[in-house]
Each structure stands twice: as C-alpha cells, then as structure tokens.
Design a protein around this ligand. Structure first.
Ligand code: FES
Length: 158
C-alpha cells in the first residue's frame, strides 16, 4: 500500500475507531474512496480497528454491495452528498456520463473507466469533489472534466 492510500485509510480509521458498526461503515467509506474494497487496505483497516481478518472476509462476502475487485482500471468516484450536490455535483455526473458514454454504475467498453456516485468523500470543504484512483479533484467544474479524463486516457497512450 502506498503512502497516499495509507493516509486515506488512516483517516477512515480515525473516524470510525471505537464507534458502533465501525467495520461496515469503514468498509463502506473505503469503497467510496477506491471504488471497491482493496484487500490490503481492508486488512490494514481491520488490524488497526482490532477486527479479525475472518470477520472482514465474512462481511465482504455477506453483503453483495461490496465490490472486492476493481470494476475498471480507473475508478471515478463522484460525490453527490449534500455539500457537493449544492455546488453542482449532479452536473459533474452528467458531464462524466457524456464524456465517457456510460451511465454512472457502469464500466466503459474498453474497461478503463468505472463511474460511481458516492454520498460523501469526507472532504466537503473541497465540494464538489471527484476522486480518480485516489487522486482528488476538488472545487471541480464541468468544463474541467474532459481534460482530466484525457489526462488519464493519455496514460494508456490514447
Ligand atoms: S458531500 Fe461531497 S465530499 Fe462531503
């Protein structure tokens, strides 16, 4: 796990440590950040929260809401929580759908991008917010979407 991911998981741990329903809420937030629940991060989270590996596995397999595999090479989490919605989160979602040609909740045909709408990414001060594979784009406007997506496409030589 790289330092950036560790910092994200640490923030989730700080938020949920000692609270009721911590595991489910923390896994939910982990999926919000990464688009799925990466196993290494989930294990670290469990270790820090004092939850055994078997319990995490049980939780991930019991609730089919949780995705344990990345649904696309680049997972785009776009926030439509209250703070982001007020500042135009819905128009970001529309713009992304237009740019990628798939609705939220789907993966592009080339398997590169998966878009998910989340309720809060924990950085409301930056609203509206989008995260792509752990990279945060805050105070985002629709006119920036195309160039951001193109930067990620360029990594593929497209
Ligand atoms: S509502 Fe979007 S980051 Fe909190």
């Amino acid at each position: 796990m790289n330092e950036e991911n560790k910092a994200k998981v640490d923030a989730i741990i700080r938020k949920w440590s000692g609270k009721r329903g911590a595991l489910i809420m923390a896994l939910h937030e982990l999926q919000g950040q990464f688009g799925y629940v990466p196993w290494e991060e989930a294990l670290y989270l469990g270790q820090e929260l004092g939850i055994p590996m078997a319990k995490i596995y049980e939780c991930l397999t019991f609730y089919n809401y949780f995705k344990v595999k990345a649904p696309g090479k680049y997972v785009i989490s776009v926030c439509d929580g209250t703070a982001c919605h007020i500042k135009g989160g819905a128009s970001l979602i529309e713009e992304l759908e237009k740019e990628l040609g798939v609705p939220a909740g789907a993966t592009t045909d080339d398997g590169l991008f998966y878009v998910q709408v989340v309720r809060c990414l924990g950085c409301c001060g930056l609203a509206p917010v989008m995260v792509i594979n752990g990279v945060t784009y805050g105070k985002l406007t629709t006119d920036k979407i195309k160039s951001i997506i193109n930067e990620w496409r360029a990594k593929e030589g497209n």
